[in-house]
Design a protein around this ligand. Structure first.
Ligand code: ADP
Length: 503
């Protein structure tokens, strides 16, 4: 009887604001999903925390909820894949399993002083060479240092081997199966992992004063045995956990970006662009990050990564702060109600600018206003700013990688805006392609799990399952593109110059 029943893969997607679980079938199609938000804690300005027990409880409830919604039995779940908000730092007691502090979220800036000291001590070059990252509070190690500086007793306990450190994937795996493990995509975001040699790095651990005893074992992102099986009391039976990857890398996999030069860009609150660079880590001369894309157990695949801080969020700003649109979707019809932005350029540098500019002093600006400028021009300029910022990232990637990219696979909430997607294709001079299945992050985790378990035969199955929903082909002529990019570059200079010249 059992043999005839369909089997599925369950993906757990532990994000920054919610925990989600999705049941996928063999074609990579969503059968059912469940999503639970949890509380955000802001103890001080610029600080962000999550309660680890909230992360766990919401994730478990999402998992059981998704299985129930799919109207299947637990026995039909072949395997579980995990994807997660990256860099967020957890520390818990090995004996009791109790967290010793709230999770310090990737967005949290509390360790900026520590980062400054490390930069002044001359560590930036060594850190970049070994980890592909920059000394920024974003990444895990300085969050951990902050805990040890603030609570010296934690350092003593860590040195005695009484504590466990993990990013969110490790926390979930440990609660699910009892093993203390992570994968290279998550490890590569900690500042402690040598991405070239594939191990925790003694020199980095010494520099950051992190005791090795607290670290999880690093195992491949797709692995039949290494993450263990869920404890029986959780789902009634043991289910193998066979795939783990950080959210952006999982999306790259879910978008089937398997060839060097393949790019995905997620258009959400911000943008996250990743380019597959193949078997070699490509150092960036344009302030991009170098990171591990995945490890299927046969050597690492690497990626270049860049992010835009304010992308879809500029549309929220138009709605909530300026009242120019009723909802995000209206931005599209308004933008299309005018033939162009009337030379208005908007730079949403509300929190500074990310790669390739990395300018924390830059501030938002609108330039080119005339008496004829209206609401539609400003809304159009806001949407265009998302594409211009993404284009700056893509150009940096092409230069670092040394060859042109093929196409841009898009996903995320704002990829539903067809004006934006067409403008992106025009300004980048590349095709923009939307996938049939929008849930690329969870799908990537499911594929990593299902490949290890034998549910899918390999990456060929993923490539076959990946289907195009829509494609946007560049139609803008070169002269117009050059003129518009020239205007954008001058607007960027204005956004960067304002604070430096002023008070
Ligand atoms: P995240 O996962 O980062 O929270 P989502 O992928 O859910 O974000 O996308 C939400 C973002 O996309 C919001 O910032 C919203 O303003 C923007 N957005 C959603 N729909 C549209 C649209 N049609 N046009 C432009 N922006 C949109």
């Amino acid at each position: 009887m059992m043999a005839h029943r369909e089997r599925y893969v369950l993906a757990l997607d532990q994000g920054t604001t919610s925990s989600r679980a999705i049941v996928f079938n063999r074609q990579g199609i969503v059968i059912a999903a469940r999503q639970l938000p949890f509380e955000q804690h802001f103890p001080k300005p610029g600080w962000v925390e999550h309660d680890p027990e909230d992360l766990w409880a919401s994730q478990l409830e999402a998992a059981t909820g998704a299985i129930a919604a799919a109207q299947i039995e637990v026995g039909q779940i072949d395997s579980i894949g995990i994807t997660n908000q990256r860099e967020t730092t957890l520390l818990w007691d090995r004996a009791t399993g109790k967290p010793v502090h709230n999770a310090i979220v990737w967005q949290c800036r509390r360790s900026s002083g520590i980062c400054k000291e490390l930069r002044e001590a001359g560590l930036s070059e060594m850190v970049a060479r070994k980890t592909g990252l920059v000394l920024d509070p974003y990444f895990s190690a300085t969050k951990l240092m902050w805990l040890f500086v603030e609570y010296p007793e934690l350092r003593m306990r860590a040195e005695r081997g009484e504590l466990m450190f993990g990013t969110v994937d490790s926390w979930l795996v440990w609660r699910l199966t009892g093993l203390h493990r992570t994968d290279p995509t998550n490890a590569s975001r900690t500042l402690l992992f040598n991405i070239r040699q594939g191990h925790w790095d003694t020199e980095l651990l010494t520099a950051f004063r992190i005791p090795e005893a607290i670290l999880p074992e690093v195992v491949p992102s797709s692995s039949a045995e290494a993450f263990g099986r869920t404890k029986k009391e959780l789902f009634g039976i043991e289910i193998p956990v066979t795939g783990v990857a950080g959210d952006q890398q999982a999306a790259l996999f879910g978008q089937a970006c398997f060839e060097p030069g393949d790019v995905k860009n997620t258009y959400g609150t911000g943008c996250f662009a990743l380019m597959n660079t193949g078997a070699f880590p490509v150092p960036s001369s344009h302030k991009l990050l170098t990171t591990v894309a995945w490890d299927l157990g046969q050597g690492y695949t690497y990626a270049l990564e860049g992010s835009v801080f304010v992308a879809g969020a500029v549309i929220q700003w138009l709605r909530d702060q300026l009242g120019l649109v009723r909802d995000a979707a209206e931005s599209e019809s308004l933008a299309l109600s005018v033939p162009d932005s009337g030379e208005v350029v908007l730079v949403p540098a509300f929190v500074g600018l990310g790669a390739p500019h990395w300018d924390s002093e830059a501030r938002g600006t609108i330039v080119g206003l005339t008496r004829g400028s209206n609401r539609a021009h400003i809304v159009r300029a806001a949407l265009e700013s998302i594409a211009f910022q993404a284009n700056d990232l893509l150009v940096a990637m092409e230069r670092d990688f040394g060859r042109p990219l093929q196409s841009i696979k898009a996903d995320g909430g704002a990829s539903g805006n067809s004006f934006l997607m067409q403008f992106q294709a025009d300004i980048a001079g590349h095709r923009v392609v939307l996938p049939e299945v929008q849930e690329t992050t969870a799908l990537g985790a499911a594929y990593l799990a299902g490949i290890a378990s034998g549910f899918w035969s390999g990456m060929e199955d993923v490539a076959t399952n990946w289907r195009k929903r829509r494609e946007f082909v560049p139609t803008m002529d070169d002269a117009t593109r050059k003129t518009m990019i020239g205007r954008w570059d001058r607007a960027i200079a204005a956004a960067r110059g304002y604070k430096k010249e002023g008070s």
